[in-house]
Design a protein around this ligand. Structure first.
Ligand SMILES: Cc1ncc(C[n+]2csc(CCOP(=O)(O)OP(=O)(O)O)c2C)c(N)n1
Ligand code: SF4
Ligand SMILES: [Mg+2]
Length: 297
């Protein structure tokens, strides 16, 4: 959660909604958007303090559909941009939205480093096991054997395990949810937002156009099982226990896998940043650029 003042007014969904989403009918991302509206309203985050940053992809179109500060940025580069905003403006609540391609493929290394640095961000990854926007290529989470435009004979590469990767890289809040399980998704988003530090919610969100049925095995109304983490017995601060959860065979577990408190990069660098900001307070952007170029000579 950002270091924010009390809300000035109660937000409504009407105020938060922007353009009509251009996603395909029944795309899982609609439910993610609805959940975001619900949780932000419930928590009463001041409207002017919300920033939504995204890369490129269907899921990354998210900032267009919310009426907040927002940036639709370069593919895979949402996390470093959001990091800069979060470090320089600790009063803002910075969200990152994107897909499995954006977050685990081209942006995969940024994910690891933001996690180890524990940057104060809430990151929702809408994982549909495919590149949707570019019309059906294999992604880092595509199951072996699935045919796509890049693997017409079926994917042969071992998919990544996002939950294990997040544990190994040091994220301090790691959860897994499902866009068809709205109550659960709301709870996971709320807890991620309230977490001080790098919070990631891996959210299974079906691409009805290119990978329909991808998550039927975890959708009870389609005969699947939605198996929850038992937080009564789970040691929430144990990376070993979280890794064991991450290794649960498909369709895996849902819920919070790991939650711990470690100083954020924002806290650790606060003194430097305020000092640098104070020194630059009277300088124009041109002066700042001149100084920077002079230092590089
Ligand atoms: C540097 C760069 N490389 C490749 C692309 C093409 N591209 C755009 S979106 C995308 C993948 C999107 O997949 P994902 O992040 O899973 O989002 P989804 O559309 O599935 O929600 C790719 C490869 C690009 N825009 N920029
Ligand atoms: S292509 Fe897939 S991910 Fe993209 S909007 Fe359509 S259903 Fe959603
Ligand atoms: Mg995708």
């Amino acid at each position: 959660m950002s270091e924010q003042a009390a809300p000035t007014e109660q937000l409504t969904k009407k105020q938060l909604k922007a353009d009509h989403p251009t996603w395909c009918p029944a795309c899982g991302d609609f439910a993610v958007l609805a959940s975001f509206f619900n949780v932000v309203q419930k928590l009463g985050i001041p409207h002017e303090k919300i920033v939504c940053v995204a890369g490129i992809g269907c899921s990354s179109r998210f900032p267009y559909f919310v009426n907040t500060h927002g940036i639709h940025f370069i593919h895979g580069r949402a996390v470093p941009l959001a990091t800069g905003i979060s470090l320089s403006r600790p009063d803002l609540h910075v969200f990152v939205f994107g897909g499995d391609g954006d977050g685990y493929s081209i942006g995969g290394n940024h994910l690891n480093h933001a996690a180890r640095k524990n940057v104060n961000l809430s990151y929702v990854i809408m994982d549909n096991y495919v590149y949707g926007l570019t019309k059906n290529q294999t992604s880092p989470t595509t199951p072996i054997g699935r045919k796509s435009k890049t693997d017409p004979r079926g994917a042969v590469d071992q998919p990544i395990n996002p939950m294990a990767q997040l544990v190994a890289s040091g994220a301090t809040f790691i959860a897994r949810t499902h866009a068809a399980q709205v109550k659960h998704m709301n709870e996971m988003f709320e807890r991620a937002i309230l977490h001080p530090g790098f919070a990631v919610v891996e959210t299974l969100s079906e691409c009805t156009m290119f990978f329909p049925g991808a998550f039927d095995d975890s959708t009870p109304r389609k005969g699947g099982t939605f198996d929850l983490v038992d937080e009564e017995t789970q040691d929430m601060q144990s990376t070993g226990a979280a890794l064991a959860l991450a290794e649960t065979p498909a369709p895996g577990k849902f819920g919070v896998f790991y939650e711990t408190r470690r100083p954020t990069k924002n806290e650790l660098e606060r003194a430097w940043i305020t000092d640098a900001q104070a020194k630059a307070a009277d300088l124009s952007e041109k002066d700042l650029l001149r100084q920077r170029f002079a230092a590089m000579r």
